[in-house]
Design a protein around this ligand. Structure first.
Ligand SMILES: [Zn+2]
Length: 622
């Protein structure tokens, strides 16, 4: 893992004298290769396009020196750095490479060319995160992790493997320059290479064979309970990265956050990583490298309204306004609201609700509320004066979410709505549900945006019987539910043999889990059954019925999941959505009845929707 100084100019050993750095600036200025950069305030950043900037005169030499020292510790001269960034790979070279100095960052911008022909463009951004010493005070701040961010790469020549090769070199270069992260878009797809979540894809069969052989060796060395044929079946780097997540093996982290497979004086802090991930860390060129995150922020929309608190339930009812009060407060206090795109729920047109519910049922519901009844249809469907309006707004909240992903206002959306909806049928209220919010959203997406295939994934601990019934004959709306087995859990439906009816046969998938199943069983079932069904269905939109009552702390069911399962499923759904439907996921809150676990699970889910990191809850809790 030591840096091979013969491969780039300007060896990254001791810091260079300032005069050497200044001389490098002057050389580049004279050659018209060094400028300043200003963010362009008139252009709104659009996803996938990178942050637009304007080239301007370079800042003073002392400011550039400060920045260079902060980012590169003067271990590389400016001209040497430009050379190191532009290796010729697979017959493609960088031309017109520029260094641009922004206020707190350095940008690298170039054209990619094959011979005389420009075939692409690359922009990298180097900066340092600032971490406040005290979380809630604006300062002092200390310098944080150094990050390389790919602002944008485009190539007209597809399927060349160019980006894979270039980034593998970059990974080593930036590691040796002391960078902590090399970030790229999870959805970045260049040529035939699709980025594996925790590592880079490999370029050819030979490299992949090497990867698999190292995995064999690791399994043998650690005596892990993995069968030969399990490894033989793997045929893609992403499969290695996702391999045997139930089998954590120890790796060791140093103070800088780099990992190694062996404990030594500096790599002392033990972590347990799933086998696939640990393997990627220990196979070349990851040896001793930090995990490379692909956590590019996504634009996540958020639907929430105080009007949802107007739906009151009788004292002691678990589905109380306190659930959302707690979640709203956590989002406010954590400053999360600032990173979310706030979306206003609206009262939907009645005709869009009539696509889901009988007009007479809607009318009876409104009348019961108007009369001041205390419950509607069944005893657990407790109502108050504000219930009807809140229910309309919950369905309309999902529609606002649909609008946002189809008008490109947001990449994905979380709808913090209540009352919940997935037990509500065409003319039936039950299980705290009156209007089926997700179903109303699906119908709306179809009528307003002409969406064809819609995949609804329901991971609430209870079977989404209402949603299933509404779509069981519809081959274009796939309904999949992960839930506690109906023999043990409300509402008593959702057996494997319920697979849809008529033309919709095969478009319903029920995955019951036995009582006390936890993250491992949930994730296994998800990987085994849910992922292939999404892949096969190729949805144009994914809707989530996101209940968080499968959590081990939740009082009304017996599954023992943690936030980790929700994070895992959310990440995977996003990957699949990236592949099939431009990342369009609208997630809708269903159950979750213990405040602490509801809040922590929903926050972990939202952060993951945003493409942000969520520390595993096993390590967060020690
Ligand atoms: Zn539930």
């Amino acid at each position: 893992m030591m840096f091979d100084t013969t491969r780039t100019t300007g060896g990254f050993g001791d810091p260079l004298p300032e005069s050497g750095i200044l001389e490098g600036f002057d050389r580049l200025i004279a050659a018209n290769r060094l400028f300043g950069a200003e963010l362009n305030p008139t252009v709104i950043k659009k996803s996938g396009k990178g942050a637009p900037f304007l080239v301007c005169p370079h800042p003073s030499r002392s400011r550039m020196l400060d920045l260079w020292h902060d980012l590169f510790a003067n271990r590389v001269p400016p001209h040497g750095f430009l050379d190191a960034l532009a290796p010729e790979v697979l017959g493609l070279a960088h031309v017109e490479g520029l260094l641009l100095f922004g206020k707190d960052r350095v940008l690298y911008d170039c054209q990619i060319a094959r011979g005389d022909e420009a075939v692409g463009h690359l922009t990298l951004c180097f900066y340092r995160e600032r971490e406040p010493v005290f979380r809630f005070l604006p300062f002092p701040r200390r310098p944080g992790r150094r990050i390389v961010y790919i602002e944008g790469i485009s190539l007209t020549a597809q399927s060349t493997g160019y980006a894979s090769s270039l980034f593998r070199r970059y990974e080593r270069l930036f590691h040796d320059l002391g960078f902590h992260r090399f970030r790229l878009k999870a959805s970045l797809s260049v040529g035939k290479y699709y980025w594996a979540k925790e590592g880079f894809d490999c370029e050819d069969r030979e490299q992949f064979a090497g990867m698999r052989e190292s995995l064999h060796a690791l399994v043998r060395r650690l005596g892990l309970p993995v069968e030969e044929q399990e490894i033989r079946r793997l045929n893609h780097a992403s499969m290695v990265a996702a391999f045997r997540r139930d089998l954590p093996i120890p790796v060791y982290r140093n103070a800088e956050g780099y990992y190694a497979v062996e404990r030594d004086a500096s790599h002392a802090e033990e972590f347990r990583f799933p086998l696939g991930k640990a393997f990627l860390l220990c196979s070349a060129p990851w040896d001793g490298f930090k995990v490379i995150y692909t956590d590019t922020p996504r634009r996540t929309g958020y639907v929430g309204s105080d009007r949802y608190l107007d739906h009151g339930t009788r004292p002691g009812h678990v589905e109380s306004p306190k659930r959302l009060e707690a979640l709203f407060a956590a989002i406010r206090e954590g400053g999360m609201g600032e990173s979310l795109i706030l979306l206003e729920p609206y009262v939907p047109a009645m005709e869009s609700l009539r696509a889901v519910h009988d007009p007479a049922y809607l009318e009876a519901f409104r009348e019961a509320v108007d009369r001041g009844d205390r419950q509607f249809a069944v005893r657990d469907c407790s109502i108050s004066k504000g219930t009807y309006a809140a229910a309309l707004l919950a369905a309309g909240g999902v529609m606002a979410g649909i609008d946002a992903v189809f008008s490109d206002r947001a990449d994905n959306v979380f709808c913090a709505v209540r009352p919940p909806g997935h037990h509500a049928g065409r003319a039936s209220a039950m299980g705290f549900c009156f209007l089926n919010n997700v179903a109303a959203g699906a119908h709306y997406a179809r009528s307003a945006y002409g969406v064809g295939r819609i995949y609804i994934l329901d991971w609430d601990v209870h079977h989404g019987n209402g949603t299933q019934a509404l779509f069981e004959e519809d081959p274009l709306t796939f309904f999949c539910s992960l839930h506690e087995h109906p023999s043990f859990c409300y509402p008593g439906t959702g057996r494997r043999l319920e697979k849809g009816t008529g033309a919709g046969r095969g478009a319903t998938l029920n995955i019951p889990l036995p009582p006390h199943a936890g993250d491992t069983e949930m994730i296994e079932a998800f990987e085994r059954d849910v992922v292939p069904s999404i892949e096969a269905f190729r949805p144009e939109l994914i809707l989530l019925s996101a209940g968080f009552d499968a959590h081990r702390d939740d009082p009304i069911a017996e599954l023992e999941c943690t936030e980790d399962a929700y994070v895992h499923m959310t990440r995977r759904v996003l990957e699949l959505a990236d592949r099939h439907c431009e990342g369009r996921v609208v997630s809708v809150l269903e159950g979750g009845y213990r405040m602490e676990s509801l809040v922590s699970s929903a926050i972990a889910h939202i952060r993951t929707l945003q493409g942000r990191e969520v520390p595993p809850c096993s390590s967060a809790r020690g």
